[in-house]
Design a protein around this ligand. Structure first.
Ligand code: CAA
Ligand code: NAD
Length: 284
């Protein structure tokens, strides 16, 4: 099946990025979120990114407008998915929220529709089990910022069909990404490797080993990482980092994945990073 119509659920930093790359690739894109304000903010982010491409001479004004014309905002879930080939879910990293949403999607979507999750760490098999079409449920894990990062991890649940896998692999390529197949284990590969490093950097702050700036400098200058781990944690969202560590901890039952208490404290305080204006750093 060739995907021509994509519905993105959640217009946050990931959902808006996914909507942007899908519209840039020529797909019709429906974007759904819980509130009009979230939709406006998500589309605003896309407009800003495209305007920067125009400024840099990579896109003309007419192309920018036709990309934006392909993005349609929806406040009703049922209407958003009426005609869609694939849903890509990018809401909060919480199993209860995702399974309830997938149950609703299963009821509302045409029977041909593939249901993909951009989850960072949660088991695809469990999300799929909340539907009556587990063979059409799959993980399609984009990296942040979506318009820039080339990787998409494609995760098969236990029941995911080969046909659905190949359709999603082709879609990732059409969006200009490089798909990599990964089995369904907590955190897949990306966050099984990345998040313990970030958590360890937070432990280093917690234990007073060094200031956040110093830790980030060590990893940038010493290991050539484009962002230090604490800047990256703020960029990802500390709430998302905590949920991922909890999934690793629970999923493997191994204390090496214990979330740092300082990470919990920051999330409880609402210091969830760049999107909240405060995390390990303060943002204007
Ligand atoms: N959206 C769209 N484009 C963006 C962007 C954003 N949020 N941020 C930066 N860019 C673009 C800029 O426009 C610029 O484009 P051009 O070169 O085409 O002009 C390019 O990216 C480079 O940006 P800058 O020069 O401003 O800054 P930089 O060189 O520091 O790069 C970065 C920014 C690409 C974000 C870089 O710092 C980086 O690669 N950081 C690490 C990102 C990373 O590790 N992502 C994975 C996070 S983990 C994850 O996503 C999985 C998960 O489940 C949590
Ligand atoms: P975010 O907080 O920026 O956005 C989430 C959006 O989902 C919000 O706009 C919220 O209103 C909306 N939402 C919440 N519940 C909803 C529901 N039931 N129906 C519709 N919309 C709902 O979060 P994000 O950083 O974009 O992360 C979204 C997903 O992508 C998570 O599963 C996360 O783990 C994953 N992810 C995040 C990153 C990252 O770096 N932040 C990278 C890859 C994957």
């Amino acid at each position: 099946m060739k995907i021509q119509h994509v519905t993105v659920i959640g217009a946050g930093q990931m959902g808006s990025g996914i909507a942007q790359v899908a519209a840039e690739a020529g797909c019709q894109v429906n974007l759904y979120d819980l509130q009009e304000g979230f939709l406006e903010k998500g589309v605003g982010r896309i407009e800003k990114n495209l305007a920067r491409q125009v400024e840099k001479g990579r896109l003309d004004e007419k192309e920018k407008l036709s990309i934006l014309d392909r993005i349609h905002k929806f406040a009703s879930l049922e209407k958003a998915v009426e005609e869609t080939d694939i849903v890509i879910e990018a809401v909060v990293e919480n199993m209860g929220v995702k399974t309830e949403l997938f149950r609703q999607l299963d009821e509302a979507c045409p029977s041909r529709t593939i249901l993909a999750s951009n989850t960072s760490s949660l088991p695809i098999t469990e999300i799929a089990a909340s539907t009556n079409r587990p063979e059409k449920v799959i993980g399609m894990h984009f990296m942040n910022p979506v318009p820039v990062m080339k990787l998409v991890e494609v995760i098969r649940g236990l029941a995911t069909s080969d046909e659905v896998y190949h359709t999603v692999e082709s879609l990732a390529k059409e969006l200009g990404k490089t798909p990599v197949e990964v089995k369904d284990f907590p955190g897949f590969i990306s966050n099984r490797v990345l998040m313990p490093m970030i958590n360890e950097a937070i432990y280093a702050v917690y234990e007073g080993v060094a200031e956040p700036e110093a830790i980030d400098q060590v990893m940038k200058l010493g290991m050539n990482h484009p962002m230090g781990p604490l800047t990256l944690a703020d960029f990802i969202g500390l709430d998302t980092c905590l949920y991922i560590m909890e999934t690793l901890h629970e999923g493997f039952g191994d204390s090496k994945y214990r979330p740092c208490p300082l990470l919990r404290k920051y999330v409880k305080a609402g210091w969830t990073g760049r999107k909240a204006g405060r995390g390990f750093y303060i943002y204007e």
